[in-house]
Design a protein around this ligand. Structure first.
Ligand code: DX5
Ligand code: ZN
Length: 231
């Protein structure tokens, strides 16, 4: 019997798991998504890449809309695109959360406001080379900050562990000011390091290749990941 929807609390925070379909089998996407629903996913993480901000191209708002029809999971889009402000309206039709990159926009505050006006939660993602204090001015008005623990563009990379220091620093800042902003980690999350991610202060963990791989079924992988989070 698979363990699903177990609540793991670390420092009084419930850790959410957000599978990314980047390494899923797209020829059977419906079943791949059903599997993580059975495995107790908290939300679905969709990686949108434009071939400019990052070299690969994945998919756009029409595919996100199609995916939203086959799942009831909340959807967050991770926009790895230049000029994200030009694209948020189309994604807002079907996504619940829109995360864009700090490095991709010179209109951070305006973009957050626009996302809110369109009825979605707003998140800022920061690349490994971006200092975490660059987002301090926006903490009060964003629902989440995503710390990239890999260079964006591909699944299956090894976590850059030093990036967890940014998570710890951000956790302190958020707690001191009692902001509601949540912290998300994206990149290289695995059974072996999921405890460290939780203890560093993350609220949500993106899991790509640790869920969709040839070792086991996605639902089993997801349940094992959840069990590896310390209570
Ligand atoms: C990469 C994406 C990630 C990717 C993570 O740019 O943002 O969401 O799917 O994959 P893993 O978990 O394999 O590092
Ligand atoms: Zn992502």
């Amino acid at each position: 019997m698979l363990e699903t929807n177990k609540t793991n609390k670390v420092n009084m925070r419930t850790i959410k798991l957000a599978p990314s379909i980047l390494t899923a089998d797209f020829s059977k996407l419906f079943e791949e998504i059903r599997a993580i629903e059975r495995g107790g996913a908290d939300l679905l993480h969709l990686d949108v890449m434009d071939g400019q901000f990052v070299p690969p191209i994945t998919f756009g708002a029409d595919i996100v809309a199609a995916i939203s029809k086959i799942t009831n999971l909340p959807i967050e889009v991770h926009l790895m695109v230049t000029n994200p402000e030009q694209h948020i309206e189309s994604f807002s039709q079907t996504a619940d959360k829109i995360n864009f990159h700090f490095e991709a926009s010179d209109q951070i505050s305006e973009t957050i406001d626009a996302i809110h006006k369109l009825g979605c939660s707003a998140g800022i993602c920061i690349n490994p080379e971006t200092p975490v204090d660059m987002v301090n001015n926006y903490l009060e008005k964003t629902e989440q900050i995503m710390i990239m623990t890999i260079n964006p563009g591909w699944g299956g990379q090894t976590m850059m562990f030093e990036q967890l220091n940014k998570v710890k620093e951000l956790r302190k800042t958020i707690d001191i000011h009692k902001y509601k902003t949540q912290i998300e980690i994206d990149g290289g999350v695995k059974i072996e390091n999921i405890g460290l991610c939780a203890e560093a202060g993350a609220d949500t963990l993106v899991c790509g290749s640790s869920v969709y791989n040839s070792k086991d079924k996605p639902e089993s992988n997801l349940a094992k990941l959840r069990s590896a989070i310390p209570d």
